[in-house]
Ligand binder design. Structure first.
Ligand code: AP5
Ligand code: MG
Length: 186
């Protein structure tokens, strides 16, 4: 069973590449961003609490996402693809503990590398089509700052464990998918 982390800045292509990876390896896709946006769309108590934080491009608290992941992992028996989680070193430590409860461990972490200008170009392009609340210039800048300050240290966490696989995230979607498959292996 594989448990894989897909990692990268906002707009790096985590969601796009997730489709290929879950199909290839038979995994359950879990995106914390999607789960949190659903809470907002459903106007739950949690959704009301986190809306302004997400609209500002800041990270929601580690406790909130850790609780969501605890439930998601407990419900899964196929292996998972974690998209948008972990986003802090504390979350990475939590993920190790949550998986260990079920005798599981992170197999590898796939890190998509895309230059900042390309990230911004992609997100502004998506803003025209999808209108995601956080795809505007000011919020994108905040999301990238949060990524640099709080999330990038997670890459070192996996590098130290020998689990980091750095992938060139530029080019066609298919070419990137092929690079990822080669890095993950059979
Ligand atoms: P989240 O939903 O995870 O968003 P994000 O990390 O900002 O990243 P995106 O989903 O925007 O980008 P992506 O890497 O998935 O790229 P995509 O494939 O869509 O998080 C949103 C918010 O939720 C956070 O800001 C935070 O508030 C909160 N949150 C979530 N998780 C959290 C956590 N663990 N802890 C705390 N807070 C958390 O691609 C982007 C665009 O580019 C698309 O339009 C796509 O079609 C296009 N594209 C993709 N690949 C290519 C390519 N090769 N060439 C050209 N265009 C491409
Ligand atoms: Mg995404």
């Amino acid at each position: 069973m594989k448990d894989i982390v897909i990692f990268g800045a906002p707009g790096a292509g985590k969601g796009t590449q997730s489709d290929f990876i879950v199909e290839r390896y038979g995994l359950t896709h879990v995106s914390t961003g999607d789960l949190l946006r659903k809470e907002i769309a459903d106007q739950t108590e949690l959704g009301k609490r986190i809306k302004s934080i997400m609209d500002a491009g800041q990270l929601v608290s580690d406790d909130i996402v850790s609780e969501m992941m605890d439930a998601a992992i407990a419900a899964d028996n196929k292996g998972m693809l974690f998209d948008g989680f972990p986003r802090t070193v504390a979350q990475a430590e939590t993920l190790d503990k949550l998986l260990a409860k079920h005798g599981r461990t992170v197999t590898c972490m796939v890190q998509l590398e895309v230059p900042r200008e390309e990230l911004i170009r992609r997100l502004l392009e998506r803003a025209k089509i999808q209108g995601r609340a956080d795809d505007n210039e000011e919020t994108i800048a905040n999301r990238l700052a949060e990524y640099g300050n709080k999330t990038l240290p997670v890459a070192q966490y996996y590098a130290r464990q020998g689990k980091q696989k750095i992938i060139d995230g530029t080019g066609t979607i298919e070419a990137i998918a092929a690079r990822i498959q080669e890095a993950i292996g059979a």
